[in-house]
Design a protein around this ligand. Structure first.
Ligand code: GCU
Length: 697
């Protein structure tokens, strides 16, 4: 497969120097192998020493800190109070980076930190060794930086080998078996380590029959996969079915308050950790889209999660319990049910009742990974619960890796969102990233004064498969890269992160490649939004596979994703005063901001309000004219992207160029289809012509 962001040339700066690696531990071994390979390739010198040995003429030293001298300030700040993780020195991923007269020392308390330090130097390249003397400590914002694979062991009849996967087959499984050759998984683990991912859930949250057995009969397969990831500092998690005691254990119930059920899970967990001592924990999709859960027994999600939490607690295991719970069989005629409300309605009342090792995993928006949604109010509503923010790297609703859409800017906006803006007390009001990572003072909820529990961290659905370029569209690699980097430091500028990706992926190419990649990707999220569903209304995709336009595709279905367009107007009234009340799930000031037509941001207008086509936006345009203008402009922007890349296409690997060209052709076709269907639909509904008289069918 393609080298992605770790081509050999990315190691040139390290490889041409005199490098020392010192210390023990498996990951120090991995670091040493990387350095040995690089120095062999680029003519440098490599020595492996003991910590504290003389290293006089080394240009780069990667060393574990002597036991008594932990790097200053290396431990990330954590707020006091319930749920503070124990000071686990082995899990310490921080490192210290010092440069004196061009010689670099990377020092870490634990070998995981050394591995991250190595890749920090790789990212910097020559710049690591240039510039003024410095002494910096780097630590991740959270130690919970996870990717979820929606991979199936058996290719599913409709969803295939990877649910919502747009990159070929699974790198783990092939038609009913775990692959004999896991060398691709090894390369993947290395790529992930280089961007700081440290946990991977290896099977689909929809746990089908065969996949359920990974927990029991097929545990040996998980052991093999975990061994590959372990060399790169990554722990493995499993998605499990809540009905396992019945389907695997032969019990008559999976009631979480039943003693036999609890014991079944205790024994299952004991077997898993015996086989995989650094196993991470279980991911659970319960009572969601047909998956089994505690509701069948009249129990709450806290009952279900806490029962599992008790089983994994002796091993410091985690339960990632997903909050994606809603009625997927609603009657479209029923205007009182609002899917957007569901996660909050189910989970907020349970705040404070989850065990310390339960993490409630919340999708960033209340619906489903749309190109634009308000941030889920659940993130703010449960200060006494560990919350993980769930993102989707796989582009289910954002072009399915046929369209070039760089999601870094969207994630950055989500991570930086402040529920209690403007800041009303010292330290500012917390961002979403603060709430998910429990970082310091800023994570106190100004509404209640309650400290948010630390570290629920981040999770996201992976976009990788056995495709030559890993991700279908080669540019979709940038999304995987950015997800890792933003988990490590949510305050990074997404354009700068993209720049890192370009520099590593296309080393030694003329600057034209860098410029073209930025021209294509910097504003691509906004471009995709322009030619698809307008003003935050969402969906309008083809049912089932979710690719391409179909304005009414979901309008009369049980899925709860409606736009309510008629001849006069469009949008969902989610106000407290006249609508579903969803706006009231936000703390002030956002509850009021979204409630009022005069303050609701344009990009979310139709998520919160039903308005006439002639409603005038803050931008000064009517809704209908905005729809026409953005759809014409979106397609023009795709044309401009293609033009911008043409200058670079001959400067990169021809196979990559060919793949990009093929995807661009499809993006342009699809964007034009979106433009014409959306414009035509709303012209026919409203009868209002385009002010500029452009072609509408
Ligand atoms: C979306 C997606 C499903 C997935 C679900 C989930 O609805 O289309 O394939 O199972 O999200 O997140 O559980």
């Amino acid at each position: 497969p393609h080298a992605a962001w770790l081509p050999d040339d990315a190691f040139a700066a390290i490889g041409s120097r005199r490098v020392v690696v010192a210390g023990d531990g498996a990951l120090t071994g991995t670091v040493a192998e990387e350095v040995a390979a690089a120095t062999a390739r680029f003519g440098g010198a490599f020595s492996r020493l003991e910590v504290g040995d003389g290293v006089a003429d080394a240009e780069l030293v990667l060393t574990l800190a002597p036991a008594e001298a932990a790097p200053a300030g290396a431990a990330p700040a954590a707020p006091a109070g319930a749920g503070t993780p124990p000071d686990d020195a082995d899990a310490d991923e921080s490192f210290r980076f010092t440069r004196e007269s061009g010689a670099v020392v990377v020092q870490a308390r634990a070998d995981a930190g050394l591995l991250h330090g190595l890749f920090h130097v790789v990212r910097l390249g020559e710049a690591a060794f240039a510039g003024p003397d410095t002494d910096e400590t780097h630590a991740p914002a959270t130690d919970l930086r996870m990717l979820d694979h929606w991979d199936n062991v058996d290719a599913h009849p409709t969803m295939g080998q990877v649910e919502r996967g747009y990159s070929g087959g699974s790198i783990f499984y092939d038609n009913g078996f775990v692959r004999a050759d896991l060398s691709r998984v090894e390369r993947y683990a290395r790529l992930l380590a280089a961007v700081g991912i440290n946990r991977v859930a290896i099977n689909n949250v929809n746990v089908h029959e065969h996949e359920a057995q990974l927990l029991t009969d097929d545990l040996g397969d998980v052991v093999r996969i975990a061994a590959v990831f372990r060399r790169w500092g990554i722990r493995v998690h499993l998605s499990v079915s809540f009905a396992s005691p019945i389907t695997l254990g032969g019990l008559s119930t999976s009631d979480p308050l039943d003693q036999d059920v609890a014991h079944w899970w205790v024994r299952a967990a004991a077997r898993v950790w015996e086989a995989i001592p650094d196993f991470g924990g279980f991911v659970v999709k319960a009572d969601s889209e047909g998956q089994p859960g505690p509701f069948a027994y009249g129990r709450s999600h806290a009952d279900g999660a806490n029962m599992l939490a008790a089983a994994v607690e002796p091993y410091d295991g985690l339960i990632h319990w997903r909050a994606f719970v809603y009625d997927h069989r609603q009657d479209w005629r029923d205007r009182s049910t609002d899917r957007a409300r569901a996660a909050f309605d189910h989970f907020q009342p349970l705040d404070g009742t989850f065990s310390d090792n339960v993490i409630v995993q919340v999708k960033y928006g209340p619906l489903d990974f749309q190109v634009r949604e308000p941030i889920s109010p659940v993130v703010a509503a449960m200060p006494r619960t560990r919350i993980a923010l769930e993102l989707q790297v796989t582009q289910e609703y954002t072009g399915q890796q046929r369209h070039a859409v760089y999601l870094g800017p969207q994630w950055s906006q989500i991570l930086g969102f402040r529920f209690w803006e403007p800041a009303d007390r010292d330290g500012g009001s917390p961002t979403v990233a603060d709430l998910a990572t429990g970082r310091g003072k800023a994570a106190a909820d100004p509404g209640t004064g309650t400290w948010h529990k630390p570290a629920g961290g981040f999770a996201a659905v992976s976009n990788v498969g056995d495709d030559e370029f890993w991700t279908g569209h080669p540019f979709a690699q940038a999304n995987l890269y950015a997800y890792g980097r933003l988990c490590w430091d949510p305050t990074l500028d997404p354009t700068a992160v993209l720049d890192e990706w370009v520099g590593l992926t296309f080393p030694g190419t003329p600057d034209a490649v860098r410029q073209a990649a930025h021209a294509v990707l910097d504003r691509s999220w906004e471009t995709y939004e322009q030619y698809t569903a307008p003003l935050g209304v969402g969906f309008m995709v083809r049912p089932g596979h979710h690719y391409g336009p179909d304005v009414d595709g979901y309008e009369y279905t049980p899925w709860g994703t409606y736009h309510f367009a008629d001849r006069d107007g469009i949008g969902v009234d989610r106000t407290v005063r006249t609508g579903t009340g969803y706006a009231g799930q936000y703390p002030a000031p956002w509850s009021a901001t979204y409630e009022s037509l005069s303050t609701c941001p344009d990009e979310l207008l139709l998520f919160f309000h039903h308005v006439p086509y002639t409603h005038v936006l803050h931008s000064g345009k009517t809704v209908i004219q905005h729809i026409y203008d953005t759809h014409f402009e979106g397609v023009e922007r795709v044309e401009a992207m293609i033009d911008a890349w043409s200058a670079a296409s001959t400067l990169v690997d021809p196979r990559l160029s060919e793949r990009v060209a093929e995807r661009f052709a499809e993006q342009l076709r699809s964007a034009a289809e979106w433009r014409d269907q959306i414009n035509t639909y709303f012209f026919r509904k409203s009868g209002i012509p385009d002010q500029q008289g452009r072609r509408i069918y």
